[in-house]
Design a protein around this ligand. Structure first.
Ligand code: ADE
Length: 253
């Protein structure tokens, strides 16, 4: 009997499972989800609450504002998700958090190449530190700003991965060529009409000379990267330094 192919799967632990699939149910990701190229499982953390009020949070030890997600409830939710999964052992466990390691395209590529992550969405003031350590959650940030919860950040992680899965994008070349694949921002694109409010398409793009067009695009991409992202440009100028590399996770549980 042929071995069953288990698709890439994102398991999301959230207090708002009704938010999913949300935007991931539309466009390319949504079509791929519907056709079984990947799978999405949203699990309600509250299902792991044990008291009769189904409470998941409590006041912070030491005082202060807000509420903290309880370690016992979240650990039970993670364990339940793992025991229900086909391949829990090699699955990365992520915690969406503004204090996490910044998400990069190379990390996305790693996640897309694996079985698919378990993603914990934080809410309230935070999560009890002990469950982060005990269940070896890797904290991921999608940028230096604070969202009201991890769900929107989880959409970003999943979307970035799903578009790299085989069969999801129309044309394989378009995934590789764009921003960040070569450490450069994307060159400008044009299409019809030839004249838009007096602005015309750069002559060279209409020349049919593919070598010249490629050189022009490369120069534009480099100029944009220098002007807008000196950090990316500097990393590119020092090729011996690892580019967009993620340091090893040193958290010990
Ligand atoms: N949760 C709240 N803000 C976040 C951010 N910037 N990245 C990831 N998760 C978050």
């Amino acid at each position: 009997m042929a071995a069953e192919i288990i698709p890439w799967r994102a398991t999301v632990l959230t207090l708002f499972p009704e938010m999913f699939p949300g935007p991931l149910g539309a466009s390319l990701a949504g079509k791929a989800l519907a056709s079984g190229l990947w799978a999405l499982e949203a699990r309600d953390i509250r299902d792991s609450a044990t008291d009769r009020h189904r409470s998941v949070d409590d006041t912070p030890a030491g005082g202060g504002p807000g509420m903290v997600l309880r370690a016992d409830v979240l650990a039970a939710a993670i364990d339940a998700a793992d025991s229900a999964a086909d391949r829990p052992r090699d699955r990365p466990r992520l915690l969406m958090s503004p204090r996490g390691r910044p998400l990069t395209q190379s990390w996305v590529r790693e996640l897309a190449a694996g079985p698919g992550p378990l993603i914990v969405c934080g809410r309230f003031e935070g999560i009890d530190q002990r469950v982060i350590e005990a269940r070896r959650l890797e904290e991921v940030s999608i940028g230096d700003y604070v969202l009201s919860g991890g769900e929107i950040a989880a959409f970003a992680v999943i979307d970035a991965c799903v578009r790299l899965l085989p069969g999801v994008m129309g044309k394989p070349a378009s995934g590789a060529e764009e921003s960040f694949s070569e450490g450069l921002l994307e060159y400008p694109q044009y299409t019809r009409p030839q004249d838009f409010e007096g602005r015309t398409i750069p002559e060279i793009l209409l020349s049919g000379d593919h070598a010249k067009i490629a050189a022009w695009r490369q120069a534009e991409a480099e100029a944009l990267t220098r002007a807008r992202r000196p950090d990316l440009w500097a990393a590119r100028q020092a090729p011996s330094a690892p580019r967009q590399k993620r340091p090893k996770n040193t958290t010990e549980g």
